[in-house]
Design a protein around this ligand. Structure first.
Ligand code: NAP
Length: 323
């Protein structure tokens, strides 16, 4: 099975698009990389980083002659992008994406994919809270899962080719149904982001005095929420607009469990609290033994003997935001 593609078109060149460009180039998976994005500044940044071979503000031009097209823009932009590129897709090409929701993508992109083009939605469960072309790095997908949701009409050989592409970039790949993906990601990624946005938003509304103490003592838990809550606002807006049903379903369950916890706190039910916290600790251990997190104290953050005069540059991607 050849993993090599003649021309890869990346439509959108932020964190995920640029990481694909770097990983595919490093692994020699593509001959030519065409990059399309919306704004001239972003295109210039991608060019300065030497991420591809062809640079354009016209997505249709980028996909002409491509045998692999990957949409790497926020999900809310997919419908218009698919409509623009649809007539220019090459017969036999694979069209995929990296969006954090999948049923919506099938709904808005699917109708624009012509007969003879293989549409295989995808989602690398890898990311950071940083955005833009310079946020990307070739190792982003190493050891991370990538979910593909091919429809029943996609030939097995096309799916196998895309699976091999992601594996060559270091990912572990699993194929599943789009609706199942959305339900699983609602609880593992979307609800945790909603909780982080909510708790950080609550702090933002606190009285000024309390707020400064929260910032000062943030290492006691709050800080980890702020990292997630610093994720790209447009991307996450689109996630909640397009995975509404699964998020609401999981939020319902979350609220039920929160009420149980609230009651345990109110009634001083120590055994119930301890039993839950023991179960949750076991889940963290199983994530570490699955290689999806580091067991290092404080998430492996470097600790200096004395605090540095200026903040250290943060490149904390070990937490594996998704996305
Ligand atoms: P990003 O760094 O913000 O980059 C987004 C890219 O899409 C930029 O090139 C941007 O172009 C382009 N874009 C934005 N709005 C557009 C529009 N309306 N029409 C055309 N292009 C547009 O985003 P990202 O983090 O790479 O995320 C891209 C996709 O990956 C999203 O669908 C997200 O759900 C998915 N994803 C993200 C993560 C994560 O952790 N970040 C993880 C897995 C999957 P301009 O700068 O030129 O406007």
């Amino acid at each position: 099975m050849s993993v090599t593609f003649r021309k890869l078109a990346l439509v959108g060149i932020g964190l995920i698009g640029s990481s694909i460009a770097l990983a595919a180039r490093r692994q020699n998976l593509v001959e030519t990389i065409a990059i399309a994005t919306r704004r001239a500044e972003t295109l210039a940044e991608a060019r300065a980083l030497d991420l591809g071979d062809i640079y354009t503000l016209d997505a249709a031009e980028a996909v002409r002659g491509a045998d692999l097209v990957i949409l790497c823009a926020p999900v809310g932009a997919y419908g218009a992008l698919a409509e623009a590129i649809g007539p220019f897709l090459e017969p036999g090409a694979i069209v995929s994406d990296v969006g954090s929701v999948k049923e919506h993508v099938v709904k808005v992109v699917g109708p624009h994919v012509p007969e003879g083009v293989h549409f295989i939605p995808g989602h690398p469960i890898a990311g950071t809270e940083h955005s833009g072309p310079s946020a990307g790095f070739a190792e982003l997908f190493a050891g991370r899962w990538c979910v593909l949701t091919p429809g029943a009409d996609v030939p097995a050989a096309a799916t196998a080719r895309l699976v091999a592409f992601w594996q060559a970039m270091g990912s572990m790949v699993e194929c599943m149904d789009a609706a199942h993906h959305d339900m699983v990601l609602a609880i593992t990624s979307h609800i945790p982001h909603l909780i982080a946005y909510n708790i950080v938003g609550t702090v933002a509304d606190l009285e000024a005095d309390t707020k400064s103490e929260v910032i000062k003592f943030s290492a006691s838990g709050f800080r980890d929420f702020t990292r997630i809550a610093a994720s790209d606002p447009v991307m996450w807006r689109d996630v909640f607009l397009t995975n509404r049903d699964a998020v609401l379903e999981m939020l319902g369950r979350f609220n039920e469990d929160l009420s149980v916890l609230q009651r345990a706190v109110r009634t001083g039910d120590g055994p119930a609290l301890e039993a839950l916290f023991t179960r949750t600790r076991a889940i963290r251990r199983s994530i570490i033994s699955a290689g999806q997190e580091t067991a290092a104290p404080d998430f492996g953050r470097p600790h200096e003997a004395a605090p540095p005069a200026t903040p250290l540059p943060v490149r904390d991607h070990g937490g594996g935001d998704d996305a």
